[in-house]
Design a protein around this ligand. Structure first.
Ligand SMILES: [Zn+2]
Length: 156
């Protein structure tokens, strides 16, 4: 099968994922690969990199997350957008083994060749972000409805 996706530099942030072919809406296009870690483990070691503006963690379920820091999956390069063209879907393991749940990304709009594929990260902060965190997690998606931040929080 010809390659549908390519990772290259993005105007939004660092590297991004771009379509090499037109892709219809509602197609699964990537799976998030990474090392399984518990939320507690990620907290303790600050894997979230909340001070860096980069994260390769994806929350899998209430117990686990996937750490793609060392993964070669292209899914880890999806940038955030306030008007994303993809969404993440939790694929639960049939035997209810939550270690075997999966995260897949699916298009929610028709994608043209050259489009950057984006997601709403929905990074939740427990409290109102400081000005510093807001600056670190600034959104540059460029959409007319851009909220200016990738963070979603209780009282903005
Ligand atoms: Zn934005």
């Amino acid at each position: 099968m010809p390659r549908r996706l390519e990772v290259r530099n993005s105007a939004i942030h660092g590297r991004g994922v771009f379509a090499l072919q037109p892709i219809a809406a509602q197609r699964y296009i990537a799976r998030y690969g990474g090392v399984l870690r518990t939320h507690e483990e990620a907290e303790l070691t600050d894997l979230h990199g909340i001070d860096s503006g980069h994260t390769f963690l994806f929350s899998l379920n209430d117990r686990y997350l996937l750490d793609a820091t060392r993964s070669r999956c292209s899914a880890k390069w999806f940038n955030h957008s306030c008007k994303p063209n993809c969404e993440s879907v939790l694929i639960e393991h049939r035997g209810r083994n939550r270690r075997l749940d999966r995260i897949a990304f699916r298009t929610i709009a028709d994608i043209q060749v050259g489009d950057e594929l984006t997601l709403d990260y929905g990074i939740q902060l427990p409290q109102k972000p400081t000005a510093r965190l807001k600056a670190i997690w600034r959104c540059l998606c460029g959409h007319s409805t851009c909220k200016g931040t990738m963070l979603s929080c209780p009282d903005k």
